[in-house]
Design a protein around this ligand. Sequence first.
Ligand code: PHE
Length: 345
Amino acid sequence: AEAEFLSLVEEAGSSSLVQEVERKFLGKGGVVSMLSREITELDAEGKREFGRRIGSLRKLIEGLAGERQRALRQLETERSEIEEKIDLSEFLFRLNTPRLGSLHLVTQAREELEDIFLGMGYVVAEGPEVETEWHNFEALNIPKFHPARDGQDSFFIDAPEGKDGALLLRTHTSPMQIRLMQTQELPIYAVIPGKVFRRDTPDARHTPNFHQIEGLVVDKGITMAHLSATISTFTKAYFGSNFESRLRPAYFPFTEPSAEFEITCAICLGSGCRTCSSTGWIELGGCGMVHPNVFHSVGVDPEIYSGFAFGFGIDRLVQMKHAIEDMRVFLENDVRFLSQFKGVQ
Ligand code: PHE
């Protein structure tokens, strides 16, 4: 019986099986109690001897079974700890794992521009993308049939005309000059970033919708020198202190005098290359002193107040800063392009 027990306990692979074996030997009707029955057939001496042996067999079985059970239990807890462990730090890469997006390159530039002007004490304003003909043209001293309208070929909205004329997608951010002067107390120091739309055939340097940032300052005693210094300060803040800006005479109906402003070519840093036609300068936008007719259209007295305005394309600025050959990539939303500019300032 002892040998049989030993081999069975050895075989039992789990603590519950050991328990079963123990029961089979020590339990009611088990092997040991069956053996005990034989005691009746023995004489007194034999009974004592037999009883001792049964007793030590019991002890042996209990002892071994207990030992084996403890050992197996420990193994079992160890195994379940391993099997049930959850590794919260584990990273499983799957194709459908969501990837982190980022702001569009143009949005990043727009926010950086806003910061620069906020730092100079300006406020940031936004305006409607659908404008009236009056705000977009007439109030800015561009009457009907003025040739300047041709340069800003417009998308008109198929809607009945109101008192301010037809509706159109704004062709520049300048109508916000009008809206600000109509609604804000003077003085005004504001920049207005936003989308603008023109019926251009898309090419490397034109897309039918793009972004501009407009600046408007109206105060007492504002001169062209303030305008020039402001543009120079912005140029250095955005591109770096080695960048210069300059003004060249130009014409806009809503400013007088008017200028185009140019900055150091970012490709050749002023030494001359194909991009800047060997001049070392790249034209960025338009600017000038607010035209008296514009002040009249919003009821500001040009004898008391003067001001300057400027406007330029944000997309063009980004194109220059990152030497992006074709502007159309801004609108194509190809992540292979966009993901190259995650967090670029
Ligand atoms: N609105 C002009 C344009 O879109 C730029 C400009 C703004 C010029 C303000 C002068 C003053 O071309």
